[in-house]
Design a protein around this ligand. Structure first.
Ligand SMILES: [Zn+2]
Length: 365
């Protein structure tokens, strides 16, 4: 990957929008009101698939979790960070297809995840040093072995037809897996296509090595189960809601905001009226926030200490020029010499569309 470096003015514009109106002055205080007052402590959840060394997305999530924990601690709360490593995720290039059914081998089975756990731990330790916030690091078998998980799974499989259709609309099946126990095999039906559900057990079927029954009443069977992302989110949310010892806050990447969470998490949790909303893409400024309307630019901006951004596209300098031009329009508007108008009305759509498409490639130096 080639990189080039540009300078920017270090000014980030934060317009109000949607939910931001309701926690404008103190979002941490607002978040605190959403925790359960009868629970003596707060845990901040953050998760990652250890299929590579920590990347910038993992680090962003982990930093957000610790920053949030630190801010809540300063308000007098007892807060820790709890990081889940999803070592049941598929190992790259270890999936196979038999009779049209996809099978995978998990990161823990191939020991792929073990190679990278140290990298996550090092960053967690560093964030602990910086923030003073304690943390725990858990693998999937520890989570699945927790109290009440067996009951939650039994409730879910009792409604596997309905929940499967919501959580995996392509296959209408629960993404519930167990690896073939045959030594050297370990294949697991990725989408749970061949699973058969009983009241307290699941029959898993594998190519070559037949079938196997896992009892949900035995801890060894439950801890060996693997859940796909939507099912794991549902189980996790139910575990957290029933944990009377702490109040949980989940830190998720913004790609899980909106449609995904509403339809694949809130819908099965509520089971009642659920509106369908389809979100349009946001136009972002150089530092990530929604690109503001001109009238917002003059009163909501934050100076950043960062002086450089590296990127993978030669189109990036145009992003800075967009901000500069917008500021110019703001000044004109305040002087009353020109009507307020969106900056994007002033340039050809193809130009900002091209720039917008490069945002996901931004890397901080
Ligand atoms: Zn097998």
């Amino acid at each position: 990957m080639s990189h080039s470096t540009i300078s920017h003015d270090g000014v980030s514009h934060h317009p109000l929008g949607a939910g931001s109106y309701y926690c404008e002055d103190n979002p941490i205080e607002y978040l605190e009101t959403l925790t359960q007052p009868d629970r003596p402590a707060i845990k901040i959840f953050v998760g990652a698939q250890p299929n590579s060394s920590t990347h910038i997305g993992n680090i962003m999530n982990m930093c957000t979790a610790f920053a949030l924990a630190e801010a809540l601690t300063k308000r007098g709360n007892k807060v820790t960070v709890s990081m889940d490593l999803v070592d049941t995720a598929p190992t790259p290039e270890k999936s196979v297809v038999y009779d049209g059914v996809s099978y995978q081998r998990s990161l823990r089975l191939t020991k792929h995840s073990a190679k990278f756990e140290g990298d996550f731990l090092r960053i967690l330790n560093r964030l602990h040093e910086v923030s003073g916030v304690d943390f725990e690091l858990r693998k999937q078998s520890e989570i699945m072995g927790g109290p009440g998980v067996s009951n939650i799974l039994r409730e879910i499989i009792a409604n596997h037809d309905k929940l499967g259709a919501i959580l995996e609309p392509r296959y209408k099946k629960l993404g519930l897996r167990s690896a073939c126990p045959k030594l050297g095999c370990g294949l697991a039906d990725k989408h749970g296509i061949t699973n058969q559900y009983r009241e307290d057990s699941i029959i898993f079927c594998w190519p070559v090595h037949g079938s196997y029954t896992v009892s949900l009443l035995e801890e060894t069977g439950v801890t060996a189960l693997e859940l796909n992302t939507p099912l794991r989110s549902l189980v996790r949310s139910l575990i957290f809601s029933r944990d009377t010892s702490v109040s949980w806050i989940q830190v998720e990447g913004r790609d899980y905001a909106g449609f995904y969470t509403e339809q694949l998490l809130w819908r099965p949790l509520t089971g009642t009226c659920m509106p369908v909303v389809f979100y349009s893409p946001l136009i972002l400024d150089w530092s990530g926030p929604k690109f503001p309307r001109v009238f917002m630019l003059s009163r909501r901006r934050i100076n950043l200490s960062t002086s450089k951004v590296s990127h993978t596209s030669s189109a990036m300098p145009n992003i800075k020029s967009r901000v500069e031009i917008s500021r110019k329009y703001t000044k004109l508007s305040r002087d009353g010499s020109r009507n307020r108008r969106s900056y994007f009305e002033t340039i050809p759509s193809s130009r900002y569309t091209r720039n917008f498409n490069h945002y996901p490639t931004l890397l901080c130096e």
